[in-house]
Design a protein around this ligand. Sequence first.
Ligand code: C2E
Ligand code: CA
Ligand code: CA
Length: 618
Amino acid sequence: MHDSYRQAFGRPEDDGLAAMASDLFGDTTAPEGAVAPELALVHVVQGLEAVAAVEAALREDDPFAVAFLDIRMPPGIDGKETAARIRALDPDINLVIVTGFSDFAPAEIFRAAGPADKIFYIAKPFDAIEVVQTATALAHRWQLDRELAATRAELADKVVQLEAQALELAANASKAAHLAAHDPLTEAPNRVAFLRALGERVREPGCFAVATLDLDRFKLINDTFGHSAGDEVIRAICALLSEQIGEDGLVARLAGDEFGMMLSVTGEDEAVMRCERLLRVCSGTLRIFGQSVQNSASIGLVVADAEQERDPIDIMRRADLALNEAKDAGRGLVRLFDARMDESVQFRRQIETGLTRAISNGELSLVFQPIFMGDELELVGFEALSRWCSPEHGMISPAMFIPVAEESALIHELGDWAVGEALEAVKRWPGQYVSVNFSPRQFRRQNFVAQLVAQAQRAGVSPSQLQIEITEGALAEDAERAADTLYRLRQMGFRVAIDDFGTGYSSLYNIRAFPIDTLKIDRSFIDGMGRERESAAIVHSIIQLGRALGLEVVAEGVETRTQLDALLQAGCSQVQGYYLSQPLVAEDAAALAAGGTIADPQAPCEPASAGPGAGMMG
Ligand code: C2E
Ligand code: CA
Ligand code: CA
């Protein structure tokens, strides 16, 4: 038997094998490796040795592909037992049972050493070629199976990896989606998510409300307690709102200290009531980092009921308008949107667009209100006041369009124009000054002084003939910079007046810090002089303060003889008002300045509602 095997698997130089090879391939020189050269043969005599060899091979990680086993063996274990033990060690090995018919019991062997596709039989007596072919074929298959198994294992690994990656991607995607729709500070939905929800809600039936809530003076909390305390307030308010709104509503953080809410309501009354409750909840004292932080908020409210009121962007716009009104009306309030809010915004917008064209179209002009000095009422100057005669709206008061211009860079264009016109006018007067109004934004403009110097030079007017009127508001924001601007203005020779004095925040004491020439007492005090003791007292102390500081004091809005007498007696140096003269068109002002008389001194140059004794718009 063993000889037969040896012959079958012998090395190529074995004579017998070479002969067999030439038999097989009909070639005299056996091609190298023709007879399973990749097969390495180990052969043993007893089953126990075979089992040990298999075990050793497995340990070396160099397992066998095929084992040829005889059923009968020398004393030890028989072929069937050997097969069973080998199979127990190596599930992949192919077993070939070499058997005579007498001891052939396939079912038993299969039970002991299955599976069936790894057990083969060769009947004795066998042909060497039979063994070689079987061995080669089985080894080949075994090799392929191993490679396949390795590839499969590799693939399985890849699949596991891919699944992990897919999970991670999915987690990232949902994290990104969450981030895109939520505010990181409060974890509440953000503006994008709120608008999306609103877009869905408007398509559903039923009445609902949108409220925008803004914390009052939140900047102060940030400034006083620090930003992390501010963050804490935002979080706390958001939690309170969410708790109040409950499951059927939505709370979102729209921006810094602004929240948006959506709630189902039966109508306006319920909406207002619920919003007032929300305000109560947010108002009062919060404990933040052991500190008491005082809070209040304002709410703008829109109730969307009718079909035509269901455009999401428009709902938000109306809620914001209502919120602005709530804040303007004193904060801590709920304001329900109403159509008038829209009209005033539209009017402002019309003014803004109209004003852009007004300058180039020559719709603006200046009028000049005379200013007189001393008991002799000598004419010393004029205040330049803007007028806008609009083709659509007629005469529009500066009290209306100046604040609109102030909200944009338009104020600079308007201001440059006014200074230019005023300088042209003053050139025609023999010695009077012109006093021009400047809004805080103009006063804070870069190169404000240099610009004025250039304009005066271009017009050939001495700076001493131009008085700059600013309000206390212009000095409030950055006092140091304001003082520097004033200093440079006076250094260049311009005169500076504080307009509407007494209505701002600066105390009489503070004003000493600023280099100025003139105080203009606000006309509300002049108006009150005859009626209230306080007004008279304020007027007197302003006059005294002015004299003590060596300033000119101008009383504006003088409407009666009594007021004039009282003011002159109190020591007021200059006066201005309807009692003395209305603002005049440039021609009349020039005539008056030259010592002549005015064609019709009562011709009103005032916007519609104004006239002697009448209050101005705004
Ligand atoms: P203001 O500087 O306080 O100007 C005085 C306002 O009082 C003027 O109103 C004037 O016409 C009015 N007035 C004068 N005498 C009397 C009087 O006896 N009784 C009453 N009731 N009113 C009197 P006006 O022209 O409507 O100007 C309103 C405000 O608009 C001005 O208040 C000024 O702050 C601003 N303004 C006017 N023109 C300009 C400008 O060219 N540039 C800037 N920045 N602001 C301007
Ligand atoms: Ca003024
Ligand atoms: Ca004034």
